[in-house]
Design a protein around this ligand. Structure first.
Ligand SMILES: [Zn+2]
Length: 219
């Protein structure tokens, strides 16, 4: 249940501000309400869900300050990751990154926005996996999930989260063993994503929980 919920929030089938009704979730996942509460608490710990006293649980809506802090943290962590990867990258890793980037591109072209969101985050997480430091990779996993919520709230809809050609430039620099260029391209890429955010508050539309998890309820 945690994995289903986490993925639905991260790939934006459950957008920020969505009310997460305990009863409805207990029915969909066929678990007790106590179990639902545990999962919601765990998601709150990940900053994916906000628990409000007397109001219940909602998909988190990151503030403007949080948005800036998350991207500032990503610039630092992904700089360290990309330099570590560049110092010791093999052909198999490069091939894996190229395949991932191609899959993201195809998902975007094939009008599979949720798949494209997931794969664009996956590209960054795969780099983190290659850097060989599980602590950094764990930090980045949280930051990438929170970035998805930030982009959902503050970006004008339509465009891909990550530009295909920007990932391509990062991969090409890694393949050439050029750590400085790879780090510069990563920084430019993150700044580009942040620059497309419109950092003002917006309203959320209501979402039907049963619809999002239709594969579990058989609807
Ligand atoms: Zn990206």
């Amino acid at each position: 249940m945690y994995d289903h919920m986490h993925r639905a929030i991260a790939d934006r089938r459950l957008p920020p501000g969505t009310k997460l009704v305990e009863e409805g979730l207990a029915e969909i996942f066929e678990v007790s309400r106590a179990r639902v509460r545990k999962v919601l608490q765990r998601l709150a710990h990940d900053k994916m869900v906000t628990l409000e006293p007397n109001r219940g649980a909602f998909v988190a809506r990151p503030s403007v300050d949080e948005a800036r802090h998350v991207f500032a943290a990503r610039r630092v962590i992904e700089d360290a990751i990309i330099r570590a990867v560049a110092s010791d990258v093999g052909d198999r890793a490069i091939d894996g990154l190229r395949r991932l980037n191609q899959a993201e591109h195809e998902a975007h072209e094939g009008r599979d926005p949720h798949g494209a969101i997931r794969l664009s985050g996956e590209f960054h997480l795969q780099l983190a996996a290659y850097c060989g430091n599980p602590i950094l990779a764990g930090f980045l996993r949280e930051l990438v999930s929170r970035s998805s919520l930030i982009i959902a709230v503050y970006e004008t809809p339509g465009g891909p989260d990550c530009a295909f050609d920007e990932h391509q430039k990062i991969i090409d620099a890694l393949a050439a063993g050029d750590a400085e260029t790879a780090a510069r391209e990563m920084r430019a890429h993150l700044e580009h994503i942040e620059s497309r955010l419109n950092l003002t508050e917006s309203e959320a539309a209501p979402i039907e929980l049963g619809h999002v998890f239709a594969e579990l309820t058989g609807d």
